[in-house]
Design a protein around this ligand. Structure first.
Ligand SMILES: C[S@@+](CC[C@H](N)C(=O)[O-])C[C@H]1O[C@@H](n2cnc3c(N)ncnc32)[C@H](O)[C@@H]1O
Length: 287
């Protein structure tokens, strides 16, 4: 099946609703990498760059917003920010987290059928969503549909392609985790953090539909180019992933990513993919 798709799209979407409804309350605990000091720096810098380069800042749509991690960085820059997700529970958490920001609007919807007219958005952000969609590449057409000409798409924290994942799985399990265990052993005290927090009843295999293939930034850039986007930046990032930001050692390991990203080629070999692209031409329907 193209792109590693499993099951039909209806099943995939139901699986995503069920899974993320359950995961909502503990999302940041089971995905600590998503709100790490490194990830925050990356997202904040990218959104600031996009906002500065936008012609207008009327409407931003964060699709698959989850608990609103990326949305929070967008709120100061846009007149209206729509946080959209297929899981209502995720939106409940996002609402709680982002408080009563007047410019925030929460919408339960399917990313493949965004409830917007053509050509209305200045920015569409897609963070860690593509790999949950049955047709991630054709989904980009829907993003293009709602974007204004000169509007931006920001794709981030999508898993890198398979060969890299194997290396990172090895690095996580056999190098970083063993190193952390050794340090704990040497310090003769156990930290009270469960590094393998998983919730019963969650089936990651059912929702991470694209995970087995992953993405390459060149492949995503090509897909966006074919849709009339100009790719402004495309790279991969995030190497050392200690599973948690808690504790000085984990924080230090997370921060080591800032150092690693200075090395040549590091931006081609990371575990996640990030792309900023600008819609250059009108799409076929004239938006
Ligand atoms: C891994 S989380 C990422 C959350 C957030 N964007 C972040 O970066 O922290 C993926 C999110 O995508 C949502 N999602 C999955 N399939 C979706 C779909 N078809 N339409 C809209 N949202 C979807 C999930 O409910 C979940 O909140």
């Amino acid at each position: 099946m193209a792109g590693g798709r499993r099951g039909d799209s209806f099943d995939v979407k139901w699986a995503n609703i069920r899974h993320h409804d359950v995961e909502a309350e503990v999302f940041e605990r089971v995905h600590p990498e998503g709100s790490s000091i490194y990830e925050r720096a990356k997202v904040s810098k990218s959104i600031a760059y996009i906002a500065k380069s936008c012609r207008a800042r009327d409407l931003c749509v964060d699709v698959g917003c989850g608990t609103g991690f990326v949305t929070g960085f967008e709120l100061p820059h846009y007149k209206m920010v729509v946080a959209a997700d297929i899981s209502k529970r995720m939106l409940d958490v996002a609402k709680r987290r982002l408080g009563g920001a007047k410019s925030l609007c929460l919408v339960v919807c399917d990313a493949e059928f965004l409830p917007f007219k053509r050509g209305v958005a200045d920015l569409v952000s897609v963070s860690s969503l593509l790999h949950h969609l049955p047709r991630p590449f054709s989904y980009l057409k829907e993003v293009s549909r709602i974007l204004k000409v000169d509007g931006f798409v920001y794709v981030t924290r999508e898993p890198s392609y398979q060969r890299f994942r194997r290396f990172f799985d090895f690095l996580d399990r056999f190098v970083v985790q063993r190193f952390l265990r050794l340090v704990r052993f040497l310090r003769s005290r156990l930290e009270n953090v469960d590094l393998n927090t998983r919730l019963d009843g969650l089936d990651y295999a059912a929702v991470d539909v694209h995970y087995p293939m992953g993405f390459h930034f060149a492949q995503l850039s090509r897909a966006l180019g074919l849709l009339g986007f100009e790719v402004v930046s495309a790279y991969s990032y995030h190497w050392i992933y200690p599973d948690s930001n808690r504790g000085w050692l984990q924080t230090l390991l997370t921060k080591s990513n800032f150092l690693i990203e200075r090395f040549p080629l590091s931006n081609k070999l990371g575990r996640y993919v990030s792309i900023i692209a600008r819609k250059h031409v009108k799409d076929s329907c004239g938006a």
